[in-house]
Design a binder for this molecule. Structure first.
Ligand SMILES: CSCCC(=O)C(=O)COP(=O)(O)O
Ligand SMILES: [Mg+2]
Length: 221
């Protein structure tokens, strides 16, 4: 049994679907969300981490991070809350590459275990997989990790922390579009595979020692 741990953006789903779909949805809603949830401890913690208490100042920082695709945890916390509300309201749908649903279903049916580790918060990961055009894929996923409950994706300690939940690192396979994330997983003793999807921004990125695939059909467990 292998546990396949999935990155989202660039791996199961296109970068465009996250940046054009989700980011555009969150951008105008960040300020109103902060104003409406100032008493929420997570929102207060996010504002403290941003280093700005005034909404306009915080939104300026958050928009700057979105422009540079900086995957800062306070941004991901706030985006995730907004996206979860958007999915619940039926205003958002997710994208997965067409090879993803059959692969996840086949791996699950064969007794392999699935988990997600994404910079996107768990609050948004679940509805992302629940609302695909190919049906609810969230039911196939046993564990959900983000930068809050696991840590930064480019640090081996985060993968060691996840392995404390999932078990022997040698039985864990991490799929990601970002070589630095794969390096960190490999340093923690995980198996790794790079994902280079046609048309994605990592088209020319070297993956070093990591095997590389373009679709999940190429993965032989
Ligand atoms: C619904 S998940 C949101 C995706 C996201 O915000 C993100 O930053 C994805 O980054 P990843 O670590 O999956 O490449
Ligand atoms: Mg990614």
């Amino acid at each position: 049994m292998t546990t396949i741990v999935l990155d989202i953006e660039g791996t199961t789903s296109s970068t465009e679907s996250v940046h054009v779909g989700l980011y555009a949805y969150a951008r105008p809603r960040l300020g109103p969300y902060i104003d409406a949830h100032r008493d929420d401890p997570d929102v207060r913690a996010a504002l403290a981490e941003i280093g700005a208490d005034a909404t306009a100042e915080a939104v300026k920082v958050l928009h700057g991070w979105m422009d540079g695709d900086v995957k800062a945890t306070p941004l991901k916390t706030l985006q995730g809350r907004i996206w979860a509300e958007g999915f619940a309201a039926g205003e958002l749908t997710s994208h997965v590459f067409p090879d993803v649903p059959p692969a996840l279903r086949a791996w699950h049916a064969s007794g392999h275990r699935l988990a997600v580790f994404s910079s996107g918060s768990v609050a948004s990961q679940r509805p992302w997989f629940a609302n695909t055009a190919h049906g609810d894929l969230s039911v196939l996923v046993d564990h959900w990790f983000d930068t809050v409950n696991a840590g930064p994706k480019r640090e081996p300690a985060s993968y060691a922390r996840i392995a404390r939940t999932l078990g022997d690192p040698a039985g864990l396979l991490f799929l990601s579009d970002v070589p630095a994330e794969l390096d960190a997983a490999a340093a923690a003793g995980w198996r790794t595979t790079g994902v280079r999807r046609p048309g994605e921004p990592n088209a020319a990125t070297p993956f070093g020692p990591h095997p590389v695939i373009t679709t999940f059909e190429e993965i032989d467990l």
